[in-house]
Design a protein around this ligand. Structure first.
Ligand SMILES: NC(=O)C1=CN([C@@H]2O[C@H](COP(=O)(O)OP(=O)(O)OC[C@H]3O[C@@H](n4cnc5c(N)ncnc54)[C@H](OP(=O)(O)O)[C@@H]3O)[C@@H](O)[C@H]2O)C=CC1
Ligand SMILES: N[C@@H](CC=O)C(=O)O
Length: 346
C-alpha cells in the first residue's frame, strides 16, 4: 500500500485538529480508503520549515516538542522536496486583502506535484481560477471545502447535487465569531470578554479584527460568488460593516424586544448588477437566521430552478468544535483527492 507523505503549513487550531483527526482515524483511513500516511513536513513562521521524509513524530509535535531539523530549509520549494510531499495542507492565517503568502505556497505545492487542500479563504478570492487551472494541468486536486461554513459540505454539495442550476441570491450567517460576540454581549459580557470567549473556542481569526470588522464574512461572500456563481467578486465590492460599534446595551435591548442582532451576509444577482453586503441586522424572531445557536453558520441559497435551499452547520459552543469541524472538511478533502487518483498514477 502506498504511504502518503503529508505536509502542513500552519499548525494552529486547525492544523493541530487535523493531525488529531488523522491519528484518530488512522486505521479507518487504511482499511476503508487504502490511505496509509506519515507526516513528513510541518511549517510555521515560528517553527520554520521542518521536514523528514521518514516521518515526523505527530504526537510529539502535538505535545509541543519540536524535532531538531535534519536539514536547514529556507523556503517552501526546498521544504516540499525534503518532505517529498504528496499532499500539502495550506492552513496558515487568512489574508483577505491579497491571499498571500498562501497563494504562493499553494502554487508551489501544485508545481511540486502534490494535491493541495486549504481552509484559507484568501487564495479562493484572489487566485481561484489560476490555482484550479494549475491543479488540472498537473493532474492534482485543489480542494477547499473548509474555507466557508467549515464542517458543512457547501461546495461539494452544490457541485454534486445541483448541476445546471444558477445561484441568484444567498443570505446567511458566515462568521461564527461575530455572532458569538453578540450572544455573549446579550448575556451581559463586555465586548472584550465576548471576543476572548470566541478566541477560547478557537474560531476567531489569527487577527480577530478580521471577524469583528466583517472582513471574514466578506471574503466568504466573495468565495461563494467566485466558486458557485462564477462571478469573481472582489472584496472591495462587498458593502461591509462589522460589529465593532455595537454596544452590550444595544444588543441586550434588541434581544429583549425580540429582534436580536446577527452579522448577516448576503448577495443578490440582478440582470444588471451584483449587490453584496455584510452588516449587523436586527432579525425578526421568525427569521430562520435568528433561530440558530451563536457559533453556528447558515446559508440560504436561491437558484433559478430550486427556489430555496438552507444549509446549516450546527456548532455547539465548545472548545475545539469549530477547528474540529474545519479539520474534518480538510481530512474529507484529502480522502476525496486521494480516492480520485487513477490506479497506477502513483
Ligand atoms: N479556526 C477556525 O474555526 C477556522 C479557520 N479557518 C481558516 O483556517 C486557517 C487556520 O486557522 P487557525 O488554525 O484557526 O489559525 P491559527 O491562528 O490558530 O493558526 C495559524 C497558523 O498559521 C501559521 N502561519 C501564519 N502565517 C503564516 C505564514 N505566513 N507562513 C507560515 N505559517 C503561517 C501560524 O504560525 P506562526 O504564527 O508561527 O507563523 C499558525 O501555526 C486560516 O486561514 C483560517 O481562516 C477556516 C475555517 C474555520
Ligand atoms: N473566523 C471564522 C472561522 C471560520 O471561518 C469565523 O468566526 O467564522
Amino acid at each position: 500500500m502506498k504511504v502518503y507523505n503529508l505536509a502542513l503549513i500552519g499548525f494552529g487550531h486547525v492544523g493541530k485538529a487535523l493531525v488529531r483527526h488523522l491519528l484518530l482515524k488512522r486505521e479507518e483511513l487504511r482499511d476503508r480508503y487504502g490511505i496509509e500516511w506519515r507526516l513528513t513536513g510541518v511549517a510555521t513562521r515560528r517553527m520554520g520549515w521542518l521536514a523528514d521524509p521518514a516521518g515526523l513524530d505527530a504526537d510529539a509535535l502535538l505535545a509541543g516538542q519540536l524535532p531538531s531539523p535534519p536539514h536547514a530549509l529556507q523556503n517552501v520549494e526546498q521544504w516540499l522536496e525534503a518532505a517529498q510531499a504528496n499532499v500539502l495542507f495550506e492552513l496558515s492565517s487568512t489574508n483577505p486583502h491579497s491571499g498571500q503568502p498562501a497563494i504562493d505556497y499553494i502554487r508551489s505545492g501544485l508545481e511540486h506535484g502534490a494535491h493541495v487542500i486549504t481552509a484559507n479563504k484568501g487564495p479562493i478570492v484572489h487566485a481561484y481560477q489560476e490555482l484550479r487551472d494549475l491543479a488540472k494541468k498537473k493532474g492534482k486536486k485543489f480542494l477547499f471545502e473548509g474555507t466557508v461554513m467549515a464542517g458543512a459540505p457547501l461546495f461539494s454539495l452544490y457541485q454534486y447535487t445541483l448541476p445546471a442550476t444558477s445561484v441568484t441570491r444567498f443570505r446567511g450567517l458566515l462568521n461564527s465569531t461575530a455572532n458569538v460576540i453578540i450572544a455573549e454581549m446579550e448575556q451581559g459580557r463586555s465586548f472584550d470578554e465576548a471576543l476572548r470567549q470566541a478566541q477560547k473556542l478557537g474560531i476567531a481569526e489569527t487577527d480577530p479584527s478580521l471577524d469583528v470588522d466583517g472582513w471574514d464574512a466578506a471574503v466568504k461572500v466573495c468565495a461563494i460568488a467566485t466558486v458557485l456563481m462564477n462571478v469573481p467578486l472582489r472584496i472591495d465590492e462587498v458593502q461591509r460593516e462589522g460589529i465593532r460599534n455595537l454596544t452590550p446595551e444595544q444588543v441586550k435591548t434588541a434581544k429583549a424586544a425580540g429582534k436580536p442582532y446577527k452579522l448577516v451576509a448576503q448577495l443578490e444577482r440582478t440582470p444588471s448588477a451584483i449587490v453584496a453586503s455584510v452588516r449587523p441586522e436586527q432579525l425578526n424572531s421568525d427569521d430562520p437566521l435568528a433561530a440558530v445557536s451563536p457559533a453556528s453558520m447558515l446559508v440560504h441559497l436561491e437558484t433559478d430552478l430550486v427556489p430555496g435551499l438552507m444549509i446549516t452547520l450546527h456548532l455547539p459552543e465548545e472548545e475545539r468544535a469549530g477547528p474540529d469541524a474545519t479539520a474534518y472538511d480538510v481530512m474529507a478533502d484529502m480522502i476525496r483527492a486521494i480516492s480520485g487518483e487513477e490506479v497506477g498514477s502513483h
